[in-house]
Design a protein around this ligand. Sequence first.
Ligand SMILES: C[S@@+](CC[C@H](N)C(=O)[O-])C[C@H]1O[C@@H](n2cnc3c(N)ncnc32)[C@H](O)[C@@H]1O
Length: 238
Amino acid sequence: MFDAERAAAPDVCAGAAVPEVPDYLERVYWWAYLRPASIRIFDRAPVVSAILWGQYRRLSNMALARIAPGERVLQLACVYGDLSERIARQIGPSGTLDIVDVAPIQITNVRAKLAGYDRVRATVADAATLRVDQFDCVLSFFLLHELPDPLKRQVVDAALAAVAPGGRAVFVDYARPARWHPMRPVMAAVFTTLEPFAAAMWRTPIAALASRPQDFVWSRASHFAGLYQVVVAGRSGA
Ligand SMILES: C[S@@+](CC[C@H](N)C(=O)[O-])C[C@H]1O[C@@H](n2cnc3c(N)ncnc32)[C@H](O)[C@@H]1O
């Protein structure tokens, strides 16, 4: 992990107070993210792959395809699996990767996972209140569906605001699957029982969560018969 050498990198939480763990996270997702056992159980490749019905590799490849060597990347929230490590490799020796997460235990975990990479910085911060604007790529990988609806909007706006001219925000998340999708009733049941904020992803396009969608060029790829979406919002160059 580096710090001092990265004079050019923006400080993702300059001047901001270290946030409290939000109520929704403690109430709804404590079992997934906030206990040492959560990390021991879930931060394993077979578990991550199973949760995404075998699509983790394809979806992370789709995100990685949007990141070029040498870029300044901001990852909103830690993710289980090896995506962050693959981003750190992809940006190479001249890129930077900033990871923010509101849960200190997740930041401790990702720092341990990426200890060998000296152009990675992990910071406790709330993705909804970031005030930065200098990143070539801002990635939100399965974060939005875990946020209460007003926070989805704040995080999308913060992600877009963090994109430098010529850069892009990449959102990988759930979407409404085809009617015939065999996983559709299963996911509906999962959302009802475990993920109360996720069903909104079936109703609301990600671009519609932005306050000023017209400032970006949007593209959307649907994956796995619609259950997943990869949305890219590009800001035109300077
Ligand atoms: C990226 S999401 C889901 C990722 C997906 N389930 C996975 O692990 O691949 C999970 C992370 O989001 C973090 N998180 C939730 N709300 C956040 C917020 N407002 N700001 C930053 N991180 C947040 C949680 O602490 C957790 O580490």
